[in-house]
Design a protein around this ligand. Structure first.
Ligand code: MN
Length: 318
């Protein structure tokens, strides 16, 4: 059931022992929201722990020590930035007990008992900040750093079209706290491992263009990950953005291998095309400009299916 901030806050206030679940392939927003909320709850004397079904990439490790990580059995389960129960990974075991989901995805499936959804928020971390203001809880420097990470990463460092005046005003409030935002943004956006640069070179070689260059499709196979020296669960955000960096490309697609004939698709689009709708056609979802779906098929078949669909959408726009 969709609820407002009052009900969300009532759930947070009236309970004491929380698990905060993130989505799998954790990003800066799900982690920043979870650690930020964890801090806030701990600061008002509650017990809280962040649980992620996947290993957390090292570049986010600075968020670990922002909270007290002691283990305990929770009685209240919350999910943050999780649009669909299947994104919980192994934490799906908690699904029937999730009393509150705080999210900003338009594709949110309302799988929790209560869902506080704000689709205007650029990041879930923006909503966590609103909650802290509503609750009048003190926000520590460390919590602010986590929430800032969420907002910065989900807006591509305030570059994406989801960035609103409120996004900037929230970030400005957070910047009043004591943490070094430029260090976070350097770590999130500029710094890369040598293996990732090698992988980018491989991925550029796979680029295929369709519809007079309006559609670009790139591939990342497990073979390529191995060759470049990347691990299987590497954060592929950098390669996912390659197709849309090319002039003239309205839709950029990255096909990422997950297993034998199992691939995940990341789609990034201009305002011309709704990536969320295209991905929904293939059983996926996401945001209008950034969405994803999954296929059990060969790369050639996937390319064929996706390009046919996107070309027809592009033709409709002409
Ligand atoms: Mn998010």
């Amino acid at each position: 059931m969709f609820v407002g901030i009052e009900r969300a806050v009532e759930i947070l206030r009236s309970n004491d022992d929380f698990y905060i679940l993130t989505h799998i392939s954790p990003d800066g927003d799900t982690l920043g929201s979870a650690y930020g909320l964890c801090s806030i709850l701990q600061s008002i004397g509650k017990r809280a722990r962040v649980l992620c079904a996947d290993e957390i990439p090292k570049k986010f490790s600075y968020m670990f020590d922002t909270v007290d990580n002691q283990e305990f059995e929770a009685d209240t389960i919350i999910a943050v930035d999780v649009a669909d129960a299947k994104l919980l990974g192994d934490n799906i075991k908690y699904v029937d007990d999730i009393v509150l989901c705080i999210d900003h995805h338009i594709s949110n499936k309302d799988f929790a008992k209560n869902t506080f959804l704000d689709t205007k928020a650029a990041a879930c971390a923006e909503i966590i900040y609103d909650i802290s203001v509503f609750m009048k809880t003190p926000l520590s420097d460390k919590a602010a750093m986590c929430l800032y990470t969420g907002i910065s990463t989900d807006t591509g460092c305030f570059k994406y079209s989801n960035t609103t005046p409120k996004t900037h005003m929230t970030a400005a409030k957070l910047l009043e706290k004591d943490f070094i935002a430029s260090d976070i943004n350097y770590k999130m956006f500029d710094l890369k491992k040598k293996s990732m640069l090698m992988l980018e070179r491989e991925v550029i070689d796979t680029l295929a263009f369709y519809a007079d260059g309006k559609l670009a499709i790139a591939c990342v196979t497990t073979e390529m990950l191995k060759k470049a020296g990347c691990s299987e669960n590497e954060d592929l955000g950098a390669v996912t953005s390659i197709p849309r960096q090319i002039e003239g490309v309205e839709v950029g697609v990255t096909i990422k291998q997950k297993g034998d004939n199992h691939y995940k698709i990341s789609m990034r689009s201009s305002a011309l095309v709704n990536a969320s709708e295209i991905c929904a056609f293939f059983g996926g979802g996401g945001h209008p400009r950034a969405a994803g779906c999954e296929f059990f098929d060969t790369v050639d078949n996937i390319k064929e299916k996706i390009s046919t669909k996107i070309i027809s959408v592009l033709l409709d726009k002409e």
